[in-house]
Ligand binder design. Structure first.
Ligand code: ADP
Ligand code: MG
Length: 569
């Protein structure tokens, strides 16, 4: 009888697990500790894949990119106060990038926290999280777990996706309730991201603007790749005949070698276009806010497809706002185009093609050099071929020069294969992103990392080895941030602010945990090592020695550095 009574009970731990599973959430990225250690164990025992990291920010970055790849909220599990704060950077990053994620954090006793009596890891986490994410909730009672998790999921994925904070005080986990009542309290979220249809007159207006264009351009953003409307988008581009420019994470939505890609003629098309249709891309800093020198003197009309109405007119006037989900908007445009759509004038498309071909031809010989130490072009020429031969592999990319050069040199052939620093241009996403990419897709991952960028998440090479993930990291080692050549201007023996230990052996870090480490000084060595790693699937780190004089300050965004007016001493 005692056993029966026990069987008929459930508790907070199990209700949270059951609520997640009921909603098809089967992976958690986190770092164990008080008060969520047992929760992680139980979740693993119940069949959830629980991936433990060495630092919460990396677990959070993994959850963020998992959300982008799957359209389900990526879950990051953190301990109270410091662990919570470590994860919060990634939650804000997910929100900024419009990716669905839920940071679930344990927290200390409410009564003590609210009276500020000095609890273990005391912090009013809900209040702190609120301004940094799309929504924030706290669950105090076991019977509210079902509705609380449903609310978090819907908030993360509906409308413009984003990060959600879910606060779970330690006491909640142990709260007991009747098992049958517990099961009834759970909520399966129905249609978590409902379609949002554009208004017919908005579609007609957009088509009118498009018909009036002599030099139209489509810009595809990562919202378009997130939307998983790949076939519709391709049909729209091809039926319209309009040249398109992919933003970095939209590369591969259509293959980069597509005849309509204007990727290699970016400066030209931004200057010359007269009508620009943005699909899941924002006119933020990455597009110079839609104005200024980069956009030239040709007057522009913008059409913008976005699920977030407030995005319209955020930087410049939008002549034809299309508010709705990308799949529905693009389908409606296709329907409205009818059978006799006029493709853009050949003068425009031919001019772009010529520029694209000229730029590609100019770049080609630089990519084939076999210099040692390597420059960025020699090393990236190798990696370009690696991805071309393995279009299903996922490319993770961060750094300054390493990012800028790789973005333009490495062609992508399939959607959602290029994962990078996103809207913030943040350094430190690399290993979390690589780990989640391998876990969520099962495909091999090539992480192309600046040596500085790698340092932010480098300890996760242990995680990669522990889970035996098919991740090949190539560290572009030029001895420092931007370059490795700076000297301390004061004459002191302290290192300059932007340089690292010369000729550091990042490859040995991988070996320390049982992975494969390679020291590569030439493109030939790099090619051999990367091919072997990508084919074997063994965790590998290749230390690619790059000329420390190669690279420029801040890569291509040096103009964002403030300048001192005081003359240099
Ligand atoms: P990029 O940096 O590639 O230009 P952004 O992150 O700036 O892309 O823009 C992505 C945009 O896509 C955001 O404004 C977001 O609201 C929008 N978006 C995301 N998902 C969808 C969707 N399913 N339908 C419509 N718009 C979406
Ligand atoms: Mg560097």
């Amino acid at each position: 009888a005692e056993a029966d009574a026990q069987q008929a009970l459930t508790d907070g731990f199990h209700l949270i697990i059951d609520a997640l599973k009921l909603n098809d959430i089967n992976t958690i990225y986190g770092v164990p500790g008080i008060p969520i250690t047992d929760f992680g164990r139980m979740a693993q025992a119940e069949g959830i894949r629980v991936i433990s990291f060495r630092h919460e920010q990396n677990a959070g970055n993994a959850a963020a990119i998992a959300g982008y790849l799957t359209q389900k909220p990526g879950i990051c599990l953190t301990v109270s106060a410091p662990g919570f704060l470590n994860g919060l950077t990634a939650l804000a990053h997910a929100t900024t990038n419009c990716w669905p994620m839920i940071q679930i954090s344990g927290s200390s006793e409410r009564e003590i926290v609210d009276l500020q009596q000095g609890d273990y890891e005391e912090m009013d986490q809900l209040a702190i999280a609120k301004p940094l994410c799309k929504a924030a909730y706290r669950i105090l009672h076991a019977e509210d777990i079902g509705i609380g998790i449903a609310r978090a999921i819907r908030a993360a994925v509906s409308g413009r996706p984003g990060g959600v904070y879910l606060d779970l005080p330690a006491k909640l986990f142990g709260q007991v309730m009747d098992a049958a009542a517990g099961t009834r309290s759970l909520v399966k979220v129905i249609d978590p991201a409902p379609k949002q249809l554009p208004a017919p007159d908005a579609i007609a207006r957009a088509l009118n603007v498009l018909k009036g264009a002599k030099k139209p351009l489509i810009i595809l953003g990562k919202g378009a790749s997130y939307a998983q409307a790949d076939d519709e988008i391709r049909a729209l581009v091809e039926k319209s005949g309009i040249p398109y420019l992919p933003m970095s994470m939209a590369k591969g939505l259509l293959p980069d070698n597509h005849p309509q890609s204007a990727g290699a003629a970016r400066s030209l098309v931004l200057k010359e276009a007269d009508v620009v249709m943005m699909i899941g891309a924002r006119l933020n800093w990455l597009l110079s806010h839609g104005k200024g020198k980069q956009w030239g003197s040709e007057p522009k009309k913008f059409i913008q497809i976005d699920i977030e109405p407030k995005e319209m007119d955020s930087n410049v006037e939008i002549a034809a706002p299309l508010v709705g989900d990308i799949g529905s908007c693009v389908s409606a445009l296709l329907d409205g185009m009818g059978g006799d759509w006029q493709r853009p004038p050949a003068g425009w498309t031919d001019m772009i093609r010529e520029k694209v071909e000229a730029n590609i031809a100019k770049m080609a010989p630089r990519l084939m050099n076999n210099n040692s130490p390597m420059d960025f072009h020699g090393a990236l020429g190798v990696l370009k071929t690696v991805i071309k031969e393995r279009p299903d592999a996922i490319l993770v990319n961060e750094g300054a020069n390493t990012l800028d050069f790789a973005r333009s040199i490495i062609d992508m052939y399939k959607p959602r294969k290029r994962l990078d620093v996103g809207t913030w241009g943040v350094m430190g996403v690399g290993m979390g992103t690589a780990i989640a990419a391998a876990i969520e897709t099962g495909h091999p991952v090539l992480a192309v990392e600046g040596d500085s960028a790698f340092g932010f998440s480098g300890m996760e090479v242990e995680t990669i080895c522990r889970y035996n993930l098919p991740v090949c990291i190539v560290v572009f080692n030029n001895n420092g941030i931007y370059r490795g050549t700076d000297v301390n201007p004061s004459g002191s023996s302290d290192a300059a602010t932007t340089v690292f230990v010369k000729d550091a052996r990042y490859d040995k870090m991988m070996e320390a945990f049982g992975g494969v480490g390679v020291y590569a000084t030439s493109p030939d060595e790099l090619r051999r090592a990367v091919n072997e790693a990508m084919d074997s699937g063994k965790p590998t780190l290749i230390n690619a020695v790059i000329d420390e004089k190669a690279g420029t300050e801040s890569g291509r965004i040096g103009n964002l550095n403030p300048q001192s007016v005081v003359a240099k001493k």
